[in-house]
Design a protein around this ligand. Structure first.
Ligand code: MRU
Length: 333
């Protein structure tokens, strides 16, 4: 993701790994649609993209007064917030943008616009720095010759750069500690096989792709030393929402006495929610489950339940890796 010539440039993640296509965005409405359609996805990445969406809204606005600009920005913020409900980074980033806008009333409009661009760039740069710090902290938990299992994509693609869970893998790999990464394919949208495997290939990280249903077997064979995943929202008690299937992995890891870690920046923590029961879980279209790519794999008439995320209870999480260090239970955010 980058900002170039007054446009937000996104690598279209729906086309990976087959095609690497960049798309330029000049309207906040199109950024909202890109978030909804998973052109950009992953909790920190959608926060950063939405922040740049607000920047685009400042440029689209024809308002000649501060109050008029605020009305236009509030419309954009509402539209961007309505895209995906689970990852709190989206709302956190939009709130930051709104706060900067509202604090800029005394300034000329050109200055307000410049401040909002600077804030979006700061959100992006802070995310990359947080990921690098998380990588360094998380790598201390990785033993030599580690076989690490991960789920979904919590890599550079899911963030402003470097990655959270995959950032930990990256840092440990740079220290020569990674023997193998087991990459869950992550049905139904295949973020593991399409995106995490793509990142591993590009980075030269030794990995092996597995169907999600294989995780239990590789753990039973003693071939997993730790599990690390990202997060979309962490409640005050440490309960963690992440890609559907994460909870099953945490249960499996507990059964096989494999440590289960979550890596996430503080922007993913929502201290306003007491527990995971309060986290809104997005449900996506039935077609994601009824089809694999263009191939129909279920009767069109079959009803589907397609939650995009699940909640892993805090008691199954050995540690939460943040940019400020490794947090152990009991969690109190
Ligand atoms: O539906 P997605 O692809 O946006 O879901 C992404 C995840 O669940 C990631 O694990 C999470 O956002 C962390 S990304 C650093």
């Amino acid at each position: 993701m980058r900002w170039s010539d007054d446009r937000l440039i996104l690598l279209d993640q729906t086309l990976l790994p087959e095609r690497e296509v960049e798309r330029g965005y000049q309207r906040w409405e199109d950024v909202a649609e890109a978030i909804r359609a998973l052109v950009v996805r992953g909790a920190p990445a959608i926060g950063v993209a939405a922040a740049f969406g607000v920047v685009l809204a400042t440029r689209q606005s024809r308002a000649g007064t501060f109050d008029g600009l605020v009305v236009d920005l509030e419309t954009a913020i509402k539209g961007l917030a309505a895209t995906r409900p689970t990852a709190v980074n989206l709302f956190w980033a939009l709130e930051r943008m709104k706060r900067v806008a509202l604090a800029s009333g005394a300034l000329p409009l050109t200055e307000v616009r410049a401040r909002l661009l600077a804030e979006a760039q700061a959100i992006r740069d802070e995310d990359i720095a947080a990921n690098r710090a998380m990588g360094a902290h998380g790598a201390t938990l990785v033993p030599p010759n580690a076989r690490i299992l991960t789920h979904c994509n919590a890599g550079a693609l899911a963030t402003a750069g470097y990655g959270t869970a995959l950032g930990v893998v990256r840092a440990a790999h740079a220290q020569g500690k990674v023997a193998l990464v087991w990459v869950d394919e992550t049905r139904p949208v295949m973020q593991g096989s399409r995106l995490t495997a793509w990142e591993c290939v590009r980075e030269g990280i030794p990995h092996r792709l597995i169907a999600d249903v294989v995780a239990a077997s590789v753990m039973a064979r003693g071939e997993v030393d730790l599990v690390v995943t990202g997060a979309d929202r962490i409640a005050a008690n440490g309960d963690t929402a992440n890609k559907i299937g994460t909870y099953s992995l945490a249960v499996l890891a507990a059964h096989h006495r494999v440590p289960f870690y979550v890596a996430a920046p503080f922007s993913t923590i929502d201290p306003a929610l007491a527990s995971g029961a309060e986290i809104p879980i997005e449900e996506r279209d039935a077609s994601e489950v009824r089809r694999v790519g263009a191939q129909q794999t279920a009767p069109g008439a079959s009803p589907v339940f397609n939650p995009a995320f699940d909640v892993t209870p805090a008691r199954l999480i050995a540690a939460i890796i943040t940019e400020r260090g490794v947090v152990r239970p009991p969690y109190r955010f």
